[in-house]
Ligand binder design. Structure first.
Ligand code: 5GP
Length: 187
């Protein structure tokens, strides 16, 4: 693993850099084939999706537009609150556009469910989801995630865009944290 300054904080690597890069390339190729002949708008959900957005978009061989939304996340906690707040809305209208929403991780599904409902009211031509990870057995809302890179166990993870207290986003892999990291954060 290449954890650099975070080497002492990581307990286990769940998804290696190579595994992630391989799956992202596969998804990019599928998306390129599925949207052939169409203009596609990628909407990234900040902040967690910025790394996936950057890598995925370079595997999509189509004319692309980009926009971002920011929603409230856990902050420094590791449990979902179920309350979703839009901190930054899209810069442009999406009516009549083919939209692919890019998410880092789906846990309870509450964030994604809220976002999809919200975006549907804006009448896009189509709306699908690409997520790096979905946690097993914790989904509270049934969701159709067309492009999903990995299923993971229901544990709290960091890296490849995902943070704990705004740290760890720049790790090239996804892993779990040593218990001391949580303990030190609350004391
Ligand atoms: P949901 O609404 O599906 O429960 O949670 C979705 C959001 O919570 C994600 O977009 C992400 O910001 C945050 N989240 C969920 N699970 C994790 C996790 O294991 N690690 C981190 N860092 N954030 C998570």
């Amino acid at each position: 693993m290449d954890a650099g300054a975070y080497a002492n904080d990581i307990e286990q690597v769940l998804l290696s850099r190579e595994e992630i890069q391989g799956r992202v390339a596969e998804l990019g190729a599928r998306i390129t084939a599925d949207y052939e002949g169409l203009d596609l708008l990628l909407i990234g959900v900040l902040k967690g999706a910025f790394v996936l957005m950057a890598d995925l978009s370079r595997h999509i061989g189509l004319p692309l537009e980009f926009d971002f939304m920011a929603v409230s996340s856990y902050g420094a906690a590791t449990q979902t609150s179920g309350v979703v707040r839009i901190l930054k809305d899209l810069d442009h209208e999406i009516a009549g556009k083919h939209v692919l929403l890019v998410e880092d991780i789906v846990d309870s599904g509450l964030t994604l469910s809220y976002l999809l409902k919200n975006l549907r009211t804006r009448r896009p031509a189509s709306l699908e989801v690409c997520a790096l990870m979905q946690k097993n057995d914790v989904q509270q809302v049934p969701l159709d995630i067309k492009y999903r890179a990995f299923d993971i166990p229901p544990v709290f993870v960091v890296g490849y865009g995902l943070d704990f207290g705004e740290r760890f986003r720049n790790l090239p892999f996804v892993g779990t944290l040593r218990p001391e990291v949580y303990r030190d954060a609350v004391t």
